[in-house]
Ligand binder design. Structure first.
Ligand code: OAD
Length: 248
């Protein structure tokens, strides 16, 4: 990993030292340095290798529950070999620097929790949690049978990962908390997301409308870049530790 010199805008550091309310939104990019594939990057993104319509929709699960279950089992295996990276760890430190700090994530990999973040708003669920596909309740254990997917011990319906699929609504409490964070923060970080999936993509706009500054951290230009107050064109695992160093 080439650690390039990070050039932080002095005005941004000054503002961060003066404010008290921060919201952070993370996407797959913050886990890229942990070896977890993102979704839309050419060649390496999951959606460039697989069609989400075949794997990440309720219809796909209805048509081929076994295929969908196995694909998520493969992703769980991949993620469980990964470790939180310096970007995740820097956000754990950032949590303690502001009196109001909300970490909103689109990621389902659980790496923020493993890094030690306490207050996490999971907009798209978590891949290691399993729920009944009929009752929607979390299931932590089930009898080992040859069924793939396994079945709910209570109602015998198939089990599924507790993640949001395309066409499904977000967990209401999580989205309400994310909306409140976007409305009340003074600085909104958008880290490692292409900012294309709604309703997450609207949150930075809501933050701007409520007078916050938006700081994008992404090695590439995104839809959000033109509206960002600052766009830091670096990997999250390099720029976040540099930011924490300036603030502590
Ligand atoms: P994407 O794959 O769409 O975008 C990942 C972003 O991370 C890209 O803009 C990359 O440039 C950026 N990136 C790559 N490496 C990075 C690094 N080291 N540091 C910072 N940024 C980096 O993933 P998301 O925006 O998270 O939803 O996708 C949003 C949602 O679409 C996901 O939650 C998932 C997906 O379909 C569902 O599954 C419902």
């Amino acid at each position: 990993m080439s650690i390039q010199p990070i050039d932080l805008p002095p005005e941004l550091v000054k503002t961060l030292k003066a404010i008290h309310r921060v919201a952070v939104m993370t996407g797959a990019g913050i886990s890229a340095e942990s070896g977890v594939p993102t979704f839309r990057e050419a060649q390496t993104g999951l959606w460039s290798q697989y069609d989400p319509q075949d794997l990440a929709t309720p219809e796909a699960f209805d048509q081929n529950p076994g295929l969908v279950w196995e694909w998520y089992a493969w992703r769980r295996g991949l993620i469980s070999q990964s470790q939180p990276n310096p970007g995740h760890l820097a956000l754990v430190q950032m949590e303690n620097l502001f009196s109001q700090f909300d970490l909103i994530t689109q990621n389902v990999d659980g790496l923020h929790r493993r890094a030690g973040s306490q207050k996490i708003i999971e907009l798209h669920g978590e891949i290691f949690r399993t729920k009944c596909s009929r009752e929607n309740k979390i299931v932590t254990s089930w009898p080992e049978t040859s069924d793939i997917p396994p079945r709910c011990p209570d109602c015998n319906a198939f089990l599924r990962p507790d993640v949001v699929w395309f066409g499904e609504s977000l967990p209401q409490r999580a989205f309400s908390a994310a909306l409140e964070a976007a409305k009340t923060c003074q600085i909104y970080f958008s880290i490692g997301t292409s900012s294309v999936i709604e309703p997450a993509a609207s949150l930075p706009i809501i933050a701007l409308q409520n007078g916050a500054q938006v700081i994008e951290i992404n090695p590439h230009h995104t839809h959000l870049t033109p509206q960002s107050t600052y766009s830091l064109r670096y990997p999250a695992g390099e720029v976040l530790p540099a930011l924490i160093k300036e603030l502590t």
